[in-house]
Design a protein around this ligand. Structure first.
Ligand SMILES: Nc1ncnc2c1ncn2[C@@H]1O[C@H](COP(=O)(O)OP(=O)(O)OP(=O)(O)O)[C@@H](O)[C@H]1O
Ligand SMILES: [Zn+2]
Length: 475
């Protein structure tokens, strides 16, 4: 298998991936600030990282994926005030919307830590940064002292003094305009927590350093998010984390997705040009949205365009129909004792696509090429395999489809074996109850029929007093 190579935003180069712990990938992705419904720009980023995670899994890595929820922030407070609700009502409502959307899109981070559940940890980190001399308190807020961290600006390549918009009073409190808030003093009417610096709440950046290290330790292998977060968010995260943990690099590979745009402009809540995921999901299957997003390379900008979604829908149907037919035809196809010249050629084409798929994915997760190969494999099915009865051809195509789908995750989901056994167990329990009820009514004939029929399929019932146990003697 080719080695996995990744484009690292820090070095602006493609590098060979080597994880900090063999066989494990620790991945942290910046999640949403929950003050509105999730939009398809978010989906672009989350689906891309989900595919990256799934490729690592396909290559045998155990991936631990943490994706935070920013549930306290200026924008949440503003929205709550506009709607006459509490910040918590707003955050809870939109967190639920976000979780629903990502579940539908088959994205399942292992941990979704919420900031307000980690205030103690954050206060502790800010205290340690002050103790280490990297942060200072000023008028009830705490700021990170950028002048103490030499590598500031390396990630974003912003060393020319560009800055982010900030209020005049805030600038006055700081030693240097680049310094950023770790802890913000409470303003009248705002939610607050008690801290050694008085009432206040965390600044935005510190949460990601604290929550990632709590669940993943340090260093982390992959830190992801949209390219819009490189500055100032990730620059600040990097500065405070390397200062706090005393480790360099804190992140081994920084990965950033290209923006999803609409009429050439970034889709964003603050710009108000959004297409909500809940609306798009009522028109298109989540799998179609996945396929559309993954047909672009994660680092490229993608423009939202319904025509492309309709194309993705047609491709989705072509691929899934082929897959279902392959599965069905496999049931009647026969093993062959020899293959024709054409069959050997087809077999080689399929094997070659398998090889190319891994090559593309290993080279900075090129899902665009992977998608192209999947479409080629689908054409091979329709042109050369669908009329055949050759089991080997069906088998190798099914293997290829399954392998590609480990990343794309769009094919019909199978009942997981765990779920299957749960289902079987409930059905057996149901039959035991029905049998008991029949016996109580004196209908021994039907009760015995249930027992013997279950026995025939390898499920043995054992009565002990009023209780019935069962033993599965055959799988
Ligand atoms: N248009 C977009 N394309 C790709 N990724 C995006 C887009 N908008 C947001 N993201 C990513 O989604 C995640 C959550 O972002 P966030 O909640 O800050 O969204 P936002 O819409 O940019 O909000 P805001 O308008 O308040 O900046 C981040 O990783 C961010 O980079
Ligand atoms: Zn973050």
């Amino acid at each position: 298998m080719p080695k996995i190579k990744i484009y690292n935003t820090l070095t602006r180069q493609i590098e060979e991936f080597v994880s900090s712990e063999e066989g494990i990938v620790k991945m942290y992705v910046c999640g949403p600030t929950v003050y509105d419904y999730s939009h398809i720009g978010h989906a672009r980023t989350y689906i891309s990282f989900d595919a990256i995670k799934k490729y690592f899994q396909l290559r045998g890595y155990k991936v631990i994926h943490v994706q935070n929820v920013t549930d306290i922030d200026d924008k949440i407070i503003k929205r709550a005030n506009q709607e006459g609700k509490s910040w918590k009502e707003i955050a809870d409502f939109y967190t639920e919307d976000y979780i629903n959307a990502i579940e539908k899109l088959r994205i399942e981070p292992d941990i979704l830590p919420r900031v307000t559940h980690h205030i103690e940890d954050i206060i502790d980190a800010v205290k340690r940064l002050i103790e280490k001399g990297y942060a200072y308190e000023s008028n009830g807020s705490v700021y990170f002292d950028v002048s103490k961290y030499d590598a500031y600006g390396e990630l974003s390549k912003k060393t020319g003094g560009e800055n982010w918009r900030q209020e005049e009073e805030v600038i006055k409190e700081k030693k240097n305009p680049f310094d950023f808030a770790l802890w913000k003093k409470m303003k009248e009417g705002e939610p607050y927590w008690e801290s050694p610096w008085g009432y206040g709440r965390p600044g935005w950046h510190i949460e990601c350093s604290v929550m990632s290290s709590k669940y993943l330790g340090v260093p982390i292998d992959i830190h992801g998010g949209g390219g819009d977060l490189i500055f100032p968010h990730h620059e600040n995260e990097r500065a405070q984390s390397e200062a706090l943990f005393g480790i360099k690099p804190w992140v081994r590979y920084w990965l950033h997705t290209g923006m999803l745009t609409i009429r050439g402009e970034k889709m964003s809540k603050s710009l108000g040009n959004i297409v909500f995921l809940k609306d798009l999901l009522s028109k298109y299957k989540p799998e179609v949205i996945r396929l559309w997003v993954l047909s672009a390379h994660y680092r490229n900008q993608i423009e939202f365009n319904e025509e492309l979604l309709r194309q993705a829908e047609a491709n989705y149907k072509r691929i899934t129909t082929a897959y279902i037919e392959i599965e069905n035809q496999m049931k009647s196809a026969k093993p062959r004792f020899s293959l024709s010249k054409e069959e050997i050629e087809t077999m080689n084409e399929i094997i070659n696509l398998h090889r190319e798929f891994h090559r593309a994915m290993s080279e900075d997760f090129n899902t665009t090429l992977a998608f192209k190969y999947w479409m080629e494999a689908t054409s091979i099915y329709y042109k050369k395999v669908s009329n055949s009865e050759n089991l080997s051809l069906f088998q190798s195509l099914k293997f290829l489809f399954d392998e590609i789908d480990r990343v794309f995750d769009i094919l019909p989901q199978k009942v997981r074996s765990e779920g299957e056994s749960e289902l079987a167990e409930s059905l057996i329990r149901l039959l035991i109850d029905v049998r008991k009820a029949l016996r109580e009514k004196g209908n021994y004939e039907l009760a015995d029929k249930i027992r013997s029929e279950l026995g025939n399929i390898g499920i043995q019932l054992m009565d002990k007093g009023s209780e019935t146990k069962y033993l599965v003697t055959r799988k």
